[in-house]
Structure formats: C-alpha cells, structure tokens
Design a protein around this ligand. Structure first.
Ligand SMILES: Nc1ncnc2c1ncn2[C@@H]1O[C@H](COP(=O)(O)OP(=O)(O)OP(=O)(O)O)[C@@H](O)[C@H]1O
Ligand SMILES: [Mg+2]
Length: 596
C-alpha cells in the first residue's frame, strides 16, 4: 500500500466529508467500549450466581443491565454502519465529481481512444469511491479494535497472561495473509477490466436501440450473447478464483484461531478445576479471547478492503492528476482576416501507424468557401479534427492569420468555429436543446434557435412535431411535455438539426461542414444549398462532400489524396484540367445521366 495513495485517499475523504467525517469516527470509537462492559457484566453475573448467598435482586439488576448493554452494543453497531454508508456516499459523490471534471478537462480525443485510458477510467470510476471510505472504515475498526481490545487484553492478562502472546503471534500471519488477498483482489480487478468493458459493450449491443435494426436483420443476437457470456465467464472465473483463495485463507486462519483458543481454554479450565480460578474467570476469559479474536479478524478484513481499495485508488489519482492532454495556449484568436494555413502538416493517429497527412499544404482563405474532395480515407475529416485541435500535428503547423493555433487558448479557437462533423451527434434532448447546444450561452435563446433552424431548413420539420421545439428527440426517455415518450426523426431530419446546431454560432469565423448533406433528399439539398450560400457569403467555410455538385459553387476546390493536396482550382478549372476531380465528376455525372 503506497503511503501517497493512502494520504491521497484520506485527503479525498476529508475534502468530501470534512469535520462530519471526523465526528463519524468519534461516534464509532465511542461505541467500542460497550462490548467490554457487557463482557464484564457477564462475568459478575456468573460469579454472583456461583457464589452462594448473594443478593438476588442485585443480580437481577445486573442481568437487566447486561441485557441492555448487549442491546446498546447492537444498536451502536447499526448506527456505525449507517454512518459508514453516509461517509461512502459523500465520498462517492465527491469522487465522481472530480473524475468527470478530469474527463472534461481532456481537450483532445487521444485519451478517449486509448484502451488503457478507458480501462483506467472505468477502474477509477468503479473503485475509487470505496478507497476513502474503506480507509476510514479501517481506521474506525482499528480504533474500535484497539480501544475494545485494550479492555479485553486487561481481562485476558488478569486470567492467564501468556494467552496475550499467543493471540499476538496468531495475528501476524492473519494480517499478512489479508494484505496478500488485497493485492490479489486488486490485481484481478485490473486484469479483468478489459473483459468487463467488453461484457458491458455486448450487453449494450443486445439492449440498446442504436444498432438494434442490424442486430436483428443479421441475427447477431446469438453471437453477441455468446461473446457477452464468454466475457462474463472470464470475469466471474477470475473473481471466483480469488474468492476461493480468500475462503481457503480465511478458513485456515479460523483454524489457527480455534487452535489458539483451544490451547488457552484447556489451560484455564485445568486451573479452574484446580480451584486457582473461578468459573466466572473462565467465562470472562473465553469471552475476552473471543472479543480479541473478533477484533483482530475485523481489523484484518477491513485491512483487505482498504489495501485493495487504496491499490486501485492509484488509477483515480492518475486520472485526476493527469496533465492536460493538449498544451493550452495563451492568446485569443481574433476574427479571421487572412485565412487558415496548413504548413507541411504531418499527422498519424498511432505513433507507429501509417501517416494520414503527409506534408499537407493548404490555405483556407478568409471570406471564401473552400470545397474539399477526395476518396474515402483521404484524410478530409482528419484535417478538420486537426483544425479544431482535437489532435495536434506531429510535424508542421496550422496557422490562423499567421499564428500557430497551438499558441491560442483552445476554447478561444473553438469559439470561432462552427462545425457539423461527419459523425454528428443526435442528443436525447429536446429539439431546442439539440440546436441550442451549438452555442451554450444561448441555449435558451429561442429566437436564435429558430433562426438557425430556418437556415438549416429544419423549421418545417419542427413545426410538424407535436410539441415543436419542446419535443424530446429520443425514444428511450420520457418527455417533460406530459404525453409520454419523445419522438424519433429520420436520418436526414437529424442531419438538418445538426446543421442548425453548427449555425447557432452565427458569429463564427469559420464554418466547417463535413458531409452535411449525405442524408438529404435532392430537394432539401438544393434548398439548403441556397440558404447556406446566402449565409456563407463573405464568411469562411470549409465544405467536405462526396457529391461534387455540392462543391461546385465553392470559390476553390481542393482534392486530397494520400494525405496531400493532389489538385486545386475552381470547379471549371479542375474539370478542364482533366485530372482526378474531372474523373470523379464525370463518373458521378454519368451515373445521373444513366439514371435518367
Ligand atoms: N480516430 C482514428 N483513429 C485511427 N485511425 C483513424 C481515425 N480516424 C480516421 N483514421 C484513419 O485515417 C485515415 C483517414 O481518415 P479520414 O476519416 O480523415 O478520411 P476521410 O477523407 O474523411 O474519409 P471519408 O470520405 O470516408 O469520410 C483512414 O485511413 C482512417 O482509417
Ligand atoms: Mg470523413
């Protein structure tokens, strides 16, 4: 157990619960004296009953007192359990808050695409909540055990002192074994995290709406179910192996405890038979030894939990203390005056993988519409990701009016961009929110939302919805409008809503549209074209489309191939040049001609 992790877990507990956490400790500690008093009362009772001629009324009061003490001990146990739950809940909320803040501090996409990060994050999420609570519970149990055991120890010493040494000797292997178990529990959790995530993924594939149509059509239920079961068996097999080890270890330890107790009680009974000890002494001795053993056992099992939780807490510390994934700049980009320039940009997703952009040189001139064409995988969406600083280039730079975008604050840069990504989101939120999130500051600005919806050609669709802008776009949540569930939109309708979202930032300097019309019918595409052309005039835009007719009106068109610019010019220039663009355009035009 590393000291740093323990300290960090305790500090987290303090940050979450503060003085009230300490009060919980105090209450727990206060309850620890009760069992000793109860044991003492038991001894007096037995002694009183075995000595002839004792006061019956006094003994009856003693019996009542002992019974009440027993009740108080049980009651304080329940109270302490509740307080422990309270502490864990507080800490759980605190830990979740910090973890998700840390996740939202990640500005790029690399960490989220890293399986190791995903494993670490899930481990942190599932286990970190327990560490501070487990440390505190361990402390609580240890304090209770020390206070309680002190009393029991005095009792044992009073009857037969060597028993204390025997108990101490038996405690050492117990605590060591518990620490060993903690290590194994933690290792199992770490080693099975990928399988746990995979199990979760296959569970989702069988019950979630996205992908459900394909899953049914292709009859994938069996396949996903089998894979889920395989992952579940892997996880539960590992869990059971370590549980078995725990059962065997604890069984062995219980045996050791029984042997210790047997030795001690044999000695004490013999001495009582010889008249050196009273029968009450024997009862006292037995309950004190049982109390001590229970205390050691309690400390041991709490130690397993705490040590395991602290070991896993490292993952939480790693996530919340992780340095920023992308270095943030200081400056704030001004309105785009000259343009954005890619200068000899090299990029690949994986340090050992193939280059996606290979020395790309490209200028997006301010005030112009740049069309981007290229076959699948040419690097068009990658270029956009770099422009939004979701990744940084490995070599070369991207300049905003001549300044490397890495010198700007990421938020400031992104604030100047509106984008519809190729894999745009459809949120399970209302229509208004689905559009409004494009400019969070104006989430409630109905006029702005309606304006953006109008530009994206979504007004008519929204007007046809029962609750208009307040309609919930979800089939898996209930709407707040009082008549049950939300609604689903068609693919093209969703795309218009996403387009409207990117148009919320009507002051954005750069509008990026990556395949904004792939799902639109011909009439809608034409309408939106006209609207966007009006909206874009004088603004800078980057438009990616496989439908070359869409790019036709762009001021300049660039064809990407192999991570570089293959050719560029206006539509007419490129067609006249007879290169790749002309070839692709001819193919598409021929397709349309054949169809007519
Ligand atoms: N997140 C990612 N991680 C790893 N590789 C990626 C990732 N995204 C894209 N790639 C790879 O980078 C290359 C370029 O992909 P990109 O999405 O930029 O192409 P594109 O030109 O937008 O293609 P399309 O026309 O199909 O949208 C592809 O070979 C792809 O496999
Ligand atoms: Mg793409």
């Amino acid at each position: 157990m590393s000291g740093r992790a323990v300290r960090s877990a305790l500090l987290t507990g303090w940050a979450a619960a503060g003085m009230r956490g300490v009060a919980v400790l105090a209450v727990g500690a206060a309850g620890s004296g009760v069992p000793v008093l109860a044991a003492w009362a038991g001894k007096l009772l037995v002694d009183g009953l075995t000595v002839p001629g004792r006061d019956a009324a006094g003994l009856a009061w003693l019996a009542v007192g002992a019974a009440l003490l027993g009740g108080a001990a049980a009651g304080s146990g329940h109270l302490t359990s509740y307080l422990a739950v309270w502490l864990r809940t507080r800490v759980g909320l605190h830990v979740e808050d910090r973890l998700y803040r840390a996740a939202s501090r990640l500005r790029g996409l690399r960490a989220l695409e890293d399986p190791a990060f995903q494993d670490r994050f899930r481990l942190a999420e599932q286990t970190a909540q327990h560490a501070p609570g487990a440390c505190v519970s361990f402390l609580l149990t240890a304090i209770k055990a020390v206070l309680g055991s002190a009393g029991f120890l005095v009792l044992v010493l009073a009857v037969w002192p060597p028993m204390a040494v025997l108990l101490a000797l038996a405690a050492v292997p117990q605590l060591l074994a518990q620490l060993g178990l903690a290590r194994q529990f933690a290792r199992t959790a770490e080693e099975t995290m990928t399988a746990r995530r995979s199990r979760f993924m296959y569970q989702g594939l069988q019950t979630e709406l996205s992908g459900a149509a394909e899953h049914r059509l292709y009859g994938l239920g069996e396949l996903f179910h089998a894979r889920m079961t395989r992952a579940a068996l892997e996880v539960s097999g590992a869990d059971l192996r370590v549980q078995r080890k725990m059962a065997l270890t604890q069984g062995g330890l219980a045996l050791l405890g029984a042997v210790t107790l047997a030795g001690g009680s044999a000695v004490v009974v013999v001495r009582a038979a010889r008249g050196e000890l009273t029968a009450g002494d024997v009862v006292l001795f037995l309950s004190a030894v049982a109390g001590l053993q229970a205390a050691i056992h309690g400390v041991g099992s709490q130690l397993t939990e705490a040590a395991q939780a602290v070991r896993l807490f490292r993952h939480y510390v790693d996530v919340v203390d992780a340095p920023a994934d992308l270095a943030d700049g200081q400056g704030t980009p001004g309105p785009l005056v000259r343009g954005v320039e890619f200068r000899d940009v090299w990029f690949r997703y994986d340090p050992s993988g193939p280059w996606v952009l290979r020395g790309l040189n490209l200028t997006i001139t301010a005030g112009q519409a740049l069309g981007l064409a290229g076959v699948n995988g040419a690097g068009k969406s990658t270029l956009i990701s770099l422009l939004c600083r979701l990744y940084d280039p490995e070599r070369g730079e991207i300049r905003w009016d001549g300044v490397d975008i890495r010198e700007y604050a990421i938020d400031g840069l992104r604030r100047r961009i509106g984008a519809t990504f190729q894999d745009f989101m459809a949120y399970d939120l209302t229509v208004a929110e689905n559009i409004g999130v494009g400019d969070v500051a104006r989430l409630d600005d109905q006029r702005a939302i309606e304006h953006a919806a109008g530009l994206a050609g979504a007004s008519a669709v929204i007007a046809g919805l029962r609750h208009g802008y307040r309609t919930l776009l979800s089939r898996i949540f209930f709407g707040e409008t009082g008549d049950g569930r939300g609604v689903a939109l068609s693919g093209g309708q969703r795309q218009r809503i996403a387009l409207a979202r990117s148009l919320m930032r009507d002051d954005a300097d750069l509008l990026i549209l990556d395949e904004p019309n792939s799902g639109l019918d011909a009439v809608s595409e034409h309408q939106i074209h006209e609207i966007l052309r009006g909206h874009r005039s004088g603004r800078t835009s980057l438009l990616v489309s496989h439908r070359l007719s869409t790019l036709r009106d762009a001021d300049r068109i660039v064809v990407l191939e192999g991570g570089q610019v293959l050719e560029e010019g206006t539509h007419t220039e490129l067609v006249d040049a007879g290169g790749r663009y002309a070839e692709l355009f001819a193919l598409q035009a021929a397709g349309y001609a054949e169809a007519t």
